[in-house]
Design a protein around this ligand. Structure first.
Ligand SMILES: *Cc1c(COP(=O)(O)O)cnc(C)c1O
Length: 432
């Protein structure tokens, strides 16, 4: 499988090179040059397959010969060592809980897959050169990447996070591991962290000193495995006559774009819905036809505080830059913090379900789309465990949240982070 750059000004590369590079040399995102639909027999008999087999069948064309089948199957097995429960919330509405992995957010799937691929490639080198994964986080990416890459040979991880703008649990998840994981606490916003990371990737002084790669969802090895759980959901809910709709709370639009790839592989999805917070770039685009990225706005669903969604260009590619085709497949709605809080409260009091702020937005968007539509079955992605957002969940609800064991132990650990405020400090840190 080859990948081309969506800026069309760089050579095609194999899976391996796309993973190691992260971004193409012309700064474009990589995209698969061919996508083959899975055979009908796969969908007809999917209920007889276990999750590992399904995931392997889904991902193998995207990896090609860069990882032999037995090794790829082993990677997939390790990645998927936790559950993906589907919970009925009300008639025709289900929550797909993606937070049962080690850092309690869906990003575990992509981060663990990418880490194992990089580890595999390094292990094959006779004189491996250390790779540094450099990543900016608004909260959940950092923890998932830290946990996914912890102890992976030949890979160092440097995580930048905005001081005071991530939750306690999120901060502990990325500052307490040690070993090959290094945290930098940035005096600034998430956008500042992101800007510093981008600058480092372009900095010629760093070339030859540090081999840098990215673990944000621009990396194909983080983006593509997110297809897996759309297939798992279909396997569990298939057999209905109803039309399938997925509602995905979105920030960088990597998760929903993976769902759209799953659809491209033949998964019978009728429609996608996206819910955003005040960072309503995509819903506004669907409404007006004008694509207007902006600086991000801080909200209580902080993992979606993105003003320039990096994966949107991949969605454009999937629908041939045709807004009408996109509108046929995607509806988008945005919500204020107040609406999000109210939804969490109502889900709890009326449905006995505890949602986190991101999942609550997915639920709201799904309800809005299903209004007046009959014969649909909707699934919203519950992207993080509510315990990660205790500070923004009402006391009434948060007091009944059971704190998972893994979180209890992490809270007692000592935070280790270096404070920085300028790009020069980051650069010096990377050089030394
Ligand atoms: C990252 C994240 C999102 C947004 O996912 P994208 O792929 O960036 O759209 C939503 N919810 C949670 C909890 C997240 O951590």
């Amino acid at each position: 499988m080859d990948y081309f750059s969506l800026h069309h000004n760089a050579p095609e590369v194999s899976f391996k090179e796309a993973v190691i590079r992260g971004l193409a040399p012309d700064k474009g995102l990589y995209f698969p040059s061919e996508i083959s639909t899975l055979p009908q027999s796969f969908f007809d008999t999917i209920e007889n397959l276990d999750n590992i087999t399904i995931a392997f069948e889904v991902i193998k064309q995207f990896v090609g010969s860069d990882i032999p089948e037995t090794d790829l199957k082993q990677i997939v097995r390790e990645v998927l060592s936790f559950d993906f429960p589907i919970v009925e919330i009300e008639k025709n509405i289900y929550a797909l809980e993606l937070y049962h992995g080690p850092t309690l957010a869906f990003k575990d799937v992509g981060a663990r897959f990418m880490a194992r691929c990089l580890g595999y490639f390094n292990g094959k080198e006779t004189s491996p050169e250390n790779v540094t994964v450099l990543v900016a986080t608004s909260g959940d990416t950092g923890g998932a990447v830290a946990s996914g890459f912890y102890g992976v040979k030949g890979v160092d991880v440097v995580i930048l996070y905005p001081s005071g703008k991530v939750s306690d649990i999120q901060e502990k998840q990325l500052t307490t591991l040690g070993k090959n994981i290094f945290a930098l606490e940035v005096d600034g916003t998430f956008d500042d962290c992101q800007t510093m990371v981008k600058k480092a990737f372009l900095d010629k002084d760093l070339f030859g000193k540090r081999k840098l790669t990215s673990a944000n969802s621009i990396n194909v090895a983080r983006w593509l495995p997110q297809m897996f759980y759309y297939f798992f959901t279909y396997k569990k809910l298939k057999g209905t006559e109803k039309k399938f709709v997925f509602s995905v709370p979105s920030g960088n639009f990597g998760n929903i774009c993976a769902g759209m790839m799953a659809q491209k592989l033949g998964l019978p999805v009728h429609h996608f819905v996206t819910g955003t917070n005040a960072n309503a770039i995509v819903p506004n685009y669907l409404k007006t036809g004008d694509y207007n990225p902006k600086p991000s706005i801080a909200t209580i669903s902080n993992a979606m505080d993105v003003g320039a969604p990096s994966n949107f260009i991949r969605i454009q590619q999937l629908y041939a830059n045709d807004i009408e085709r996109l509108r046929d497949n995607l509806s988008g709605y945005s919500y204020t913090d107040e609406q999000t809080r109210l939804a969490m409260q109502q889900l709890f009091s009326e449905k006995k379900y505890i949602a986190d702020p991101h999942g609550a937005i997915g639920y709201l968007a799904l309800k809005e789309y299903l209004k007046g539509r009959e014969n649909y079955l909707g699934v919203f992605l519950e992207t993080a465990h509510p315990v990660k957002f205790l500070d923004v969940i009402s006391k009434e609800v948060s007091s009944v949240i059971e704190i998972p064991g893994a979180v209890k132990t992490i809270l007692d650990k000592e935070k280790k982070a270096e404070k920085i405020s300028t790009y020069l400090q980051l650069k010096n840190y990377l050089i030394n």
